[in-house]
Design a protein around this ligand. Structure first.
Ligand code: ZN
Ligand code: ZN
Length: 95
């Protein structure tokens, strides 16, 4: 017997630059709403099935592409993906 609670899920199809495939791939973003945790927010690569954290990508509705969220290094101003904690350019750590 199914006792699962229904939760709203937003699914967006798009493309993103997959870190595993190292190229642009079709992907699907799942955002589960109504839960207490962020477990439902992720971007899945349609080619390799790799999961990325949804918060690391921002959907651009105009292009249909999930742009990676970037931070700029306070030391050298280089742009880095949100899932790295040290600058890829000058190797200084943020934490
Ligand atoms: Zn992939
Ligand atoms: Zn830097």
């Amino acid at each position: 017997m199914l006792t699962r609670k229904k939760r709203r899920t937003d699914v967006i199809q798009g493309r993103f630059s997959c870190p595993h495939c190292e190229s642009e791939q079709p992907c699907t973003r799942f955002v589960q709403l109504g839960g207490n945790q962020h477990e439902g927010d992720f971007v899945v690569c349609a080619t390799c099935g790799g999961r990325q954290r949804g918060e690391d990508y921002r959907y651009n509705a105009a292009t249909g592409i999930f742009d990676p969220v970037l931070w700029d290094c306070p030391y050298c101003k280089a742009l880095n993906p949100n899932n790295t904690y040290w600058c890829r350019s000058c190797h200084k750590s943020l934490v």
